[in-house]
Design a protein around this ligand. Structure first.
Ligand code: ADP
Length: 464
């Protein structure tokens, strides 16, 4: 049974994490799809802008200038580097017009987010009948930006790649000889866009989905946690109740067996003849009867919660109350025991239901005796602090392991397990004590060290 529940819990935990991973994967996939859709949409919008006559004519005039510089190059007036320098300068000159036109178009389109564009050239090659000559070649980041803004290609998206092929005539000068020659030109260019803050735009678009996923995930996590907690609690309760049934059977057996022996002995002629023996059997009957009554009372009281306890409070003097309490207790346990008492010198009136409060303190004192070592000290000290009355009962007995301390006020809980006890009990005493203290609007706490002893502190408000 125990291992089955453990397997169930482990399987649920694994299933929960697997589900979370699937959910995470689905959200990630949606993000990727959204990203692609967004980029496609932006590309389309910008492509439309790109097919603009004014922008085209700016590129054309840059191209015309390039052709002239290339002619100079062919005539050995300038070298490749100078060609590049010069066409860069031309681009810089044309760029404000390009930039303005692009911005105006973008504004008209009302695209809804900010973007940057640029046009780069990655290769310029010239050729004639004899040879091909590469004027410029640049890969990746190393391209020639001619129009637009300067930004890294890594974050950007390339929307178009195009080749511009042309053949044109130029005047060739070789010494004094002047002729017309034809030159082929191939310019490879790229259009790039960079959407500013594109990640947050996608996240905004996924807003509902993300929010929904997070809410559902949290909801399932809380539900899962609660169910697991309930399962573990129920599992513990079942074990505790089984223990209780074992305990009560054990507790009832002894007085019943004694009762039956004592009743039989009363029928015995010899005992009838001896008044002392007869009286002894009768008092055994009486004692066992009282014990059974006490047991039944405890079981009956276990259904009482603090709200159901009806108190009949009165003001009593702490000095006389605790004095009587201790002497009654010493009498009731029929054992020689000394309880050390320490009360504040000044008498104080405490507002309690004497009957219930005494039961609560008796339960703690009984435990101090039950779980104390032989002849070990028990002390009862009281004090007043910040408008509250504190009662501390301490023993130097077995103590309670730290990790079990939170459970001792629960119904049916006993530190010893099973029905083989050295110490009798039903696990109800402290539960009932706590309910009584709560009904008095007070609190109870425990401090204990295994093998050293236990200290219970009850705090009740004064002047109520
Ligand atoms: P019980 O009938 O078992 O005494 P209680 O509710 O009074 O039930 O106490 C719950 C458990 O707390 C006990 O079974 C015992 O293991 C532990 N306990 C209570 N008081 C003491 C104490 N003074 N010293 C050691 N253990 C204690």
């Amino acid at each position: 049974m125990k291992s089955k529940i453990t397997v169930l819990i482990a399987a649920s935990v694994i299933a929960f994490f697997a589900l979370s991973a699937i959910q995470g994967y689905l959200v990630y996939n949606t993000y990727q799809l959204e990203k692609k859709a967004f980029i496609d949409e932006t590309k389309k919008a910008v492509e439309e802008l790109d097919a603009n006559k004014k922008l085209d004519s700016l590129y054309d005039s840059w191209g015309d200038q390039l052709q002239l510089y290339l002619a100079d190059y062919k005539n050995l007036r300038i070298d490749k580097n100078t060609v590049i320098q010069k066409i860069k300068a031309k681009a810089t000159e044309l760029n404000p017009a390009f930039y303005k036109e692009f911005r105006d178009q973008l504004q008209q389109k009302n695209i809804g987010y900010q973007l940057k564009v640029k046009k780069t050239v990655s290769s310029i090659v010239i050729y004639d009948e004899k040879e091909r000559d590469t004027i410029f070649k640049g890969n990746g980041e190393n391209q020639l930006t001619i129009f637009g803004e300067n930004f890294s290609n890594r974050e950007a998206n390339e929307i178009t790649t195009s080749h511009w092929f042309t053949e044109y005539d130029y005047i060739k000068q070789e010494g004094d000889k002047i002729s017309t020659s034809s030159l082929g030109l191939d310019v490879k260019s790229h259009d790039w866009i960079l959407v500013i803050d594109w990640r947050s735009i996608i996240f905004k678009r996924m807003g509902m989905l993300l929010l929904g996923s997070i809410v559902i995930f949290l909801f399932v996590a809380v539900l899962f946690y609660n169910s697991l907690q309930k399962l573990i609690k129920q599992k513990r309760m079942t074990a505790v109740k089984t223990d209780f049934i074992n305990n009560i059977t054990h507790e009832l057996k002894t007085p019943l067996a004694t009762l039956s022996i004592a009743t039989k002995s009363l029928r015995d002629e010899k005992i009838k003849q001896t008044p002392e023996a007869f009286e002894n059997s009768l008092s055994i009957l009486e004692r066992q009867n009282t014990r059974l009554q006490k047991l039944i009372d405890q079981v009956m009281n276990n259904s009482l919660s603090s709200e159901k306890i009806v108190l009949n409070k009165e003001y009593v003097s702490d000095h006389s109350y605790f004095k009587n309490l201790i002497s009654d207790f010493e009498l009731s346990i029929q054992q020689q025991i000394d309880i050390y008492q320490k009360l504040p010198e000044k008498e104080t009136l405490i507002n309690i239901d004497k009957f219930h409060f005494t039961t609560a303190l008796f339960n703690i004192l009984e435990n101090a005796v039950k779980y104390g070592k032989m002849n070990s000290e028990i002390s009862l000290k009281t004090s007043i602090k910040n408008g509250s009355y504190f009662i501390q009962i301490e023993d130097k007995g077995l103590g309670i392991p730290l990790k079990l301390q939170p459970y001792i006020f629960e119904k049916f809980y006993r530190v010893e397990k099973g029905n083989v006890h050295n110490v009798k009990g039903l696990g109800l005493g402290l539960y009932y004590t706590k309910q009584i203290v709560k009904a008095h609007e007070g609190s109870i706490s425990v401090k204990s060290e295994e093998g050293k002893g236990t200290l219970f502190t009850i705090k009740i408000p004064l002047n109520l």
